[in-house]
Design a protein around this ligand. Structure first.
Ligand SMILES: Nc1ncnc2c1ncn2[C@@H]1O[C@H](COP(=O)(O)OP(=O)(O)OP(=O)(O)O)[C@@H](O)[C@H]1O
Ligand SMILES: [Mg+2]
Length: 213
């Protein structure tokens, strides 16, 4: 299991189509890991059970600055105006990196990165965060359309159902499994079948499972 606890530094790439179970799986990791220090980028208003909602960047910075090193749980809401996400996300990442340690969740990376555009704050957080003991979850619906280095730099890749052929190919490559295995994964609300495949990049170990609620 991916461990969201403070003692295990991890970069976790969580990829899957809309409704395939990414957020549900991340929430399960947070409930299990109970990180004492947590920062969430929450564009879809889904993570309030894990911390204090904050929608003002100055307030976020002050809350992290004023907190004891391991004692904040903040859920940042960037709002609905996509055009404002760029600078907000850059600052969010810088705050997360400076906080030193703890767990950071970025839901919907597709909003804020592209294959050819990784904001500076994000680059530093995702490449160097592990050296600061940061556990970072980054989720995306379209792995072919996000920062191209993130999946390769991750320590764990967790993948649920994908719809687009480009995404299936990217993830077959990342997980080192046949594309058909990814193509055949289910995400079915009616039957409650939510398949996933994950690969631990250090060991190369691949595991398969289903979300259970
Ligand atoms: N506690 C639960 N019990 C049963 N089903 C659940 C529970 N939590 C989530 N689900 C179901 O899991 C499915 C996946 O939802 P989730 O929000 O994790 O998708 P997602 O991959 O994050 O999608 P998106 O990219 O749109 O955010 C949904 O169909 C939802 O109804
Ligand atoms: Mg989600």
């Amino acid at each position: 299991m991916a461990d969201g606890s403070k003692n295990q530094a991890n970069i976790i790439a969580v990829m899957g189509a809309s409704g395939s179970g990414k957020s549900a799986w991340i929430k399960q990791q947070l409930r299990a890991g109970k990180p004492a220090a947590l920062l969430v980028w929450d564009p879809q208003d889904e993570f309030d059970e894990f911390g204090r909602p904050v929608s003002n960047m100055k307030e976020l910075i002050a809350a992290v600055r004023g907190a004891s090193p391991e004692g904040y749980r903040l859920v940042y809401k960037p709002g609905n105006a996509f055009s404002t996400y760029g600078p907000k996300f850059d600052i969010f990442c810088q705050v997360a990196y400076m906080a030193n340690g703890g767990c950071v969740v970025v839901d919907e990376l597709g909003d804020v990165t592209e294959p050819s555009r990784a904001p500076d704050g994000w680059s530093i957080l995702s490449r160097k965060g592990r050296h600061r003991g940061i556990t970072l979850f980054g989720a995306a619906q379209r792995p072919a359309n996000i920062d191209k280095d993130f999946i390769g730099n991750s320590t764990l890749v967790h993948c649920s159902r994908l719809s687009y052929e480009n995404d299936i190919k990217v993830m077959a490559n990342a997980l080192c499994v046949p594309a058909d295995e990814i193509r055949n994964m289910k995400a079915d609300e009616d039957t409650g079948d939510f398949d996933w495949i994950e690969r631990a990049n250090k060991s190369g170990a691949v595991r398969r499972g289903k979300l259970t609620f």
